[in-house]
Design a protein around this ligand. Structure first.
Ligand code: SF4
Ligand code: SF4
Length: 508
């Protein structure tokens, strides 16, 4: 079979079905040649992937395949012997993305399995290590077992028409292909890996916490950055952090412009606690700073703020793959905070919390101070009877920010704070805690593709939140607040989007 026949076939497919439905990039062929992300690979690459939508199109495809003598393969082709002929292989993909209802059902199954296994473990103790490992491995391969072409649920994939190259399976394979040298940092690969919120919804579905697919993706971004192939936005972020100390490029001296009085009244000078708002809160959500300070002051906490001396934690550098720069910036910051005598840092920013507690160790650093989230600090103050909260007759949910919840396992502290407010009704969405659906702002996506980020936020509000009929969403991350507030103003204007400190301060 000559290349010209293949070229003619591809031209006819494009003319018949439209170019957006015929995938021929090396990255697409690579991803579709594998079953689940950890699975087997077929020895032959397809010449193209055709995304079919209707039975009517099946008839047209039949005519085209007969004309060119194409071998059509679908779903289970990885395990089939195709013989030695040189017929071009056309992979036909008819599967839509997994929807939210299917995800809820699956995670329910996973929870039941976990409960059964925990029960079994209790009955037959002590277990040999190999047995425990095999149980865990089975979980890891669930996607492969369930369906050879299961893409897993990914919050952004529906906005790419369900194409596997933009699924969690696809991103993990592309990361692996790049890191093993099989693939290059092409435009499509870079686009797929940066169109990810790093939310970790995908590893939650595998039932194995140690498989943090988001970290594999960020590791691959590091490779892209080293090759100088990162998107332009990475260079801008780096420049902003270097020049102004924040990723947005706002003047450093304007950090406290909306809360100068706080800086004047509570300057940090070796207090028990350093309150750290982080860049986004400092510049964009001064009300959260005011509310947090009001709560801490009421509880007579010995705290202070750095004000204009505060600088970015470097999370975006890490997420963009600029690890050397992130390490350098983190080193400097850790040194400064140590010199300032910081013993405990309390932040309302889930991103900062995650960065200090999890990213810095990944970069080879251990801060000399402890880090807690404001929800944990407030829970402690309530436990010590230092805060007495008035009633609030509202129905709220707690939205677990990915960086605080799934990635850091802080689930109960904020819920306990909300439960301690008389008459406040705390609802839970069907997917909560480690299963929470991302708000769309994570992973640097709001910088890389704000339109995509907004679409994720919209679908979360419409599909996940609207059916609950709550008065508000309370959370602990400035990026979540901005993303949800921005979209809620048009989608669910009656729903308030609040930081935990704003709720607590309104009950003092
Ligand atoms: S981390 Fe989130 S956005 Fe990225 S691949 Fe996984 S589910 Fe998709
Ligand atoms: S994680 Fe916090 S400090 Fe870092 S960029 Fe985001 S808001 Fe700023």
């Amino acid at each position: 079979r000559s290349n010209s026949v293949t070229a003619e076939l591809l031209t006819e497919l494009v003319n018949t079905f439209g170019s957006e439905r015929v995938l021929t990039e090396p990255e697409d062929l690579y991803v579709y040649s594998y079953d689940g992300a950890f699975g087997i690979r077929h020895q032959k690459l397809p010449v193209a992937i055709l995304r079919l939508k209707s039975d009517e199109e099946e008839k047209t495809l039949k005519q085209v395949s007969e004309k060119y003598g194409v071998r059509i393969v679908r779903d289970e082709w990885y395990r089939k012997e195709l013989g030695d002929d040189e017929l071009p292989i056309l992979f036909v993909d008819t599967k839509p993305s997994i929807d939210l209802d299917t995800l809820i059902e699956r995670l329910g199954e996973l929870e039941r399995d976990r409960a059964e296994r925990r029960q079994a473990l209790r009955l037959i103790k002590p277990l040999p290590q190999w047995y425990v490992s095999s149980l865990r491995a089975k979980d890891g391969y669930r996607i492969g077992e369930r369906d050879a072409r299961d893409k897993g649920y990914c919050v952004v994939q529906p906005f790419f028409d369900g194409v596997e190259t933009y699924s969690s399976k696809g991103r993990l394979l592309l990361s692996r292909g790049l890191l093993s040298g099989e693939l290059e940092a092409s435009e499509r690969l870079v686009d797929s890996l940066f169109s990810c919120t790093a939310c970790g919804q995908c590893y939650d579905q595998l039932g194995r916490e140690e498989l943090e697919i988001n970290n594999a993706i960020i590791r691959a971004r590091h490779e892209i950055s080293k090759a100088g192939k990162g998107p332009g936005v990475c260079r801008i972020t780096l420049r902003n952090i270097h020049e102004e100390g924040n990723p947005m490029g706002m003047p450093a001296e304007d950090r406290t412009i909306w809360w100068e009085d706080v800086e004047g009244k509570f300057p940090y000078s070796g207090n028990d606690v350093l309150y750290w708002p982080g860049c986004t809160t400092a510049y964009r959500l001064p009300g959260v700073v005011e509310a947090t300070v009001k709560v801490f002051d009421k509880a007579e906490l010995d705290f202070g703020v750095l004000g204009v001396r505060e600088r970015c934690c470097g999370l975006l550098l890490y997420l963009n793959g600029q690890w050397d720069e992130a390490r350098e910036s983190a080193n400097r910051l850790c040194h400064e905070l140590k010199e300032a005598g910081v013993k405990q840092l309390v932040t309302n920013c889930a991103g900062c919390y995650y960065t200090f507690s999890r990213v810095y160790p990944i970069l080879g650093m251990q801060p000399s101070f402890s880090v807690i989230h404001t929800s944990q600090a407030m829970e402690g103050l309530i436990d010590q009877n230092r805060l007495h909260l008035r009633k609030l007759k509202r129905k709220y949910i707690w939205h677990d920010p990915c960086d605080l919840g799934r990635h850091s396992k802080v689930f109960e502290a904020p819920r306990n704070v909300l439960r301690s407010i008389p008459e406040l009704k705390l609802e839970e969405p069907p997917l909560n805690r480690e299963h929470t659906i991302c708000c769309g702002a994570g992973g640097g996506l709001w910088m890389y593709d704000s339109d995509l980020s907004e679409r994720v936020a919209r679908s979360k509000l419409e599909d996940d939140i609207r059916p609950l009929g709550v008065d508000g969403i309370v959370t602990g991350c400035p990026a979540c607040i901005l993303s949800l507030r921005n979209m809620a103003s048009s989608v669910l204007p009656e729903v308030e989007i609040l930081d935990l400190s704003e709720v607590v301060s309104s009950c003092l």
